[in-house]
Design a protein around this ligand. Structure first.
Ligand code: NAD
Length: 376
């Protein structure tokens, strides 16, 4: 986020703290008492919203699409027709405050480029809507803090679009970690990479916060943190120390990757002695994850797609029951967490934890691979 926005955000948070005490959270109280599916508004109708979240919202049981925020009225009208919501539920980026008056919308799902997540999440919180932010939650820990504060003051939930947290193979990984079934998963490795040839916002630091690490390397960080869950932990464990060392790849196309990394290798060390080695790049292809303990191992190839993960363990292939859309399960769980007034297993704090790790990876790479200890 650029500096000018920070001052307006402070004013924003100031208003929020003054107003929060007197607010009646109509969407929340209605949601708690009613069996109707909760209404979701997607913010940003680009590739992920169109290709994945829209179709998933046709499969959800506890929420449905009831509105959109888009820069294109024409696109909004098409979505309204396809999903059967009224034209009044089409918003643009400039009038999100009006969401506050719309009882059809309980959840705002922010699917814009990374640098815009803070602005759109805070606008949604200000409108007293529960929020999901796409990953990465923001481009800095400071922005994550502003988003968490806004949501806390507004009394709304904040989650991150970490679909794999609900994916059955990863649920098994978390179970293995917590039960110590294969012993402590001490040795982890993996990679996620794909080549980018066309100039897009993903290779502009101002928009993306960085290169492949911010966009796809974050999945490796997520997988490592799942495998490093301490025995008996819940869905996630916030408090631990991680040590990071990282090295950026030499650029083969410096004229293309102007201010972001082309690729990067990094190592994470966890307090239980687990060590994870990863690579991400926009200049090659890779998609794998492996975790190994004293008593067994689990391997994902491919590890991170929307469907069709293949998982083998030292006991043989792991095939979960009939797969459901990762995104449908993710959004249904968030809707239920609101209705049941329980914490989401993927809270905003998890997005912040990952941002602390990503910042440390960049810091280590910038210092020529110096080992950096962080508390997450
Ligand atoms: P995209 O470029 O296809 O779509 C971005 C949307 O934001 C477009 O509709 C665009 O019009 C809109 N937008 C609003 N203001 C904009 C601006 N100033 N500049 C550019 N676009 C602007 O991107 P995408 O692939 O849909 O990614 C959107 C977000 O979703 C990103 O944060 C990305 O990391 C995340 N994502 C998550 C997953 C996942 O599996 N969870 C997968 C893909 C993308």
């Amino acid at each position: 986020m650029k500096t000018p926005r920070l001052s307006s955000r402070r004013t924003f948070l100031g208003h929020l703290s003054l107003g929060a005490a007197g607010l009646t959270l109509t969407s929340r109280s209605r949601a708690q008492g009613s069996p109707r599916p909760l209404g979701v508004a997607l913010v940003g109708l680009g590739g992920y919203a169109t290709g994945q979240l829209g179709p998933a919202l046709k499969l959800t049981q506890h929420c449905r699409l009831t509105g959109v925020v888009t820069g294109s009225r024409e696109k909004g009208l098409k979505w309204a027709q396809e999903f059967g919501f009224p034209e009044k539920n089409i918003y643009n980026y400039g009038n999100m405050a009006r969401l506050a008056d719309n009882p059809d919308i309980d959840i705002v799902y922010v699917v814009t480029p990374n640098s815009l997540h803070p602005e759109h999440v805070i606008a949604a919180a200000w409108a007293r809507k529960h929020v999901i932010s796409e990953k990465p939650m923001a481009n800095s820990v400071a922005d994550c803090d502003a988003m968490l504060t806004a949501c806390r003051l507004a009394g709304v939930k904040l989650s991150v679009g970490y679909r794999l947290q609900f994916e059955p193979h990863y649920l098994e990984l978390k179970r293995l970690a917590r039960d110590g079934d294969f012993g402590v998963l001490k040795k982890m490795s993996g990679a996620l990479a794909f080549p980018i040839r066309r100039r897009v916002w993903r290779v502009e630091k101002k928009m993306a916060g960085g290169g492949p690490l911010m966009d796809i390397g974050i999945y490796c960080v997520q997988a490592a943190c799942m495998a490093a869950l301490p025995p008996g932990a819940g869905q996630w464990s916030g408090a631990s120390t991680v040590a990071i060392t990282a090295r950026e790849h030499p650029k083969t196309r410096p004229e293309f990757f102007l201010d972001v990394e082309e690729g990067i290798d990094w190592t994470m060390e966890f307090p239980n002695g687990a060590k994870a080695e990863f690579m991400t790049s926009y200049n090659q292809g890779a998609d794998r994850f492996r975790a190994e303990g004293d008593k067994g191992w689990i391997e994902f190839t491919p590890a991170f797609p929307y469907g069709g993960l293949k998982v083998t363990t030292s006991r043989g292939p792991f095939t979960p029951p009939v797969p459901r859309s990762q995104q449908a399960v993710q959004m249904d769980d968030f809707a239920l967490s609101i209705r049941e007034n329980r914490p989401s297993p993927v809270p905003g704090e998890m997005g912040r934890r990952d941002m602390v790790i990503l910042e440390a990876i960049y810091a280590s790479a910038a210092r020529g691979g110096r080992r950096i200890e962080i508390k997450v």
